[in-house]
Design a protein around this ligand. Structure first.
Ligand code: 13P
Ligand code: SF4
Length: 319
């Protein structure tokens, strides 16, 4: 067997020995997604990842993704050990929303309901009334707006603006962005659409307005994957991280998937739209963390207790 096969076999043994289960995001390496599936774990979007941790019997959760995903798993499952291949895997949205500045923003607008995207630190979540992921942001904000609540939204301004446009809610937006989705270019996308007039355009809502405006469907990673198998189109132009193609190919091998362009002049670029922090997860550091148990998530109990409230609210609403 080659080296990769040997590493995978060792990881399998370690998972069994440690009574550990893997949960991986769709943006991680194909090998990690495959391992999670083959070993009885899960590949998922961020809402399903959060839910999965609460349903598995495993004593150790290994979260392949970015730090907020590991933190959410720990907040929901304090009795479990939560490991990540690399705790340094962060997110530009999380980094662009430091807890102290965010708290000051909330304090300046006490009449607003605070809704934060899951892509935030535990400290930021601890200051929120609601946590949402991209798959549930619209219905939650719709629900709050119907009660006449004004909303303070953080940190992704593109997703916030999309939600605002769709719901008509009164929203104050934090000025954050995802460095990966912000790279999609609307002009170049128009050109690719002309080359593939029958293709459906699938867009993650962290993308800029002009890209979202060209979408046939806007949704979370799971919602975009579902669309590939459910929509009748044979071709899809996909504006999100290239990691998602592994699952899309798996469930709809006969469909053609075209990455949305991240550069001008109608060029397409398979490797550009890839989150540098998701890419920090690999078979090698997964094996390493299972051996050493370092890279474990710890959260201050007082922060955990407060952050749990808005996360639970989201999970209860999503039921
Ligand atoms: P999903 O909730 O759609 O999986 O998105 C998470 C994320 O980080 C997208 O960039
Ligand atoms: Fe954060 Fe963007 Fe990476 Fe998702 S793709 S983890 S939003 S930087």
């Amino acid at each position: 067997p080659d080296e990769k096969t040997r590493v995978k076999a060792r990881i399998r043994d370690l998972l069994a020995a440690e009574k550990a289960t893997l949960v991986a995001h769709y943006y991680t390496d194909d090998d990690l997604q495959e391992m999670a599936e083959e070993t009885g774990g899960m590949v998922a979007d961020s809402l399903e990842m959060a839910r999965f941790g609460t349903t598995t019997q495993a004593q150790t959760l290994v979260v392949c993704g970015v730090r907020f995903m590991g933190e959410t798993a720990k907040i929901l499952n304090p009795e479990k050990r939560v490991l990540m291949p690399d705790l340094g895997a962060t997110c530009s949205l999380d980094e662009g929303c430091p807890a102290d500045a965010f708290t000051a923003f909330c304090d300046a607008h006490p009449d607003h309901t605070v809704v934060v995207y899951a892509n935030t630190s535990a400290e930021v979540k601890a200051r929120a009334d609601w946590v949402v992921t991209s798959s549930i942001a619209l219905p939650v904000v719709e629900h709050l707006a119907a009660q006449g609540q004004k909303i303070l939204w953080a940190p992704d301004r593109h997703l916030g603006h999309y939600v605002q446009r769709m719901t008509g809610a009164d929203m104050l937006l934090w000025n954050g962005a995802c460095v990966v989705h912000e790279e999609f270019k609307s002009f170049a996308l128009e050109r690719v659409r002309k080359l593939h007039p029958d293709a459906a355009v699938l867009v993650h809502p962290e993308s800029p307005d002009e890209v979202v405006d060209q979408a046939d469907l806007v949704g979370s990673t799971t919602q975009l994957i579902k669309a590939v198998s459910e929509m009748p189109n044979r071709e899809f132009i996909v504006a999100t991280d290239a990691g998602i193609f592994w699952k899309m190919h798996q469930i709809a091998p006969d469909k053609t998937l075209i990455p949305a362009p991240t550069a001008g002049e109608g060029a397409t670029c398979e490797s550009c739209a890839h989150c540098p922090w998701m890419a920090m997860n690999a078979l090698q550091n997964l094996e390493q963390v299972l051996r050493t148990g370092d890279q474990e998530i710890h959260i201050d109990p007082a922060i955990r207790e407060r952050a749990l409230v808005p996360i639970r609210r989201m999970l209860d609403f999503a039921r």
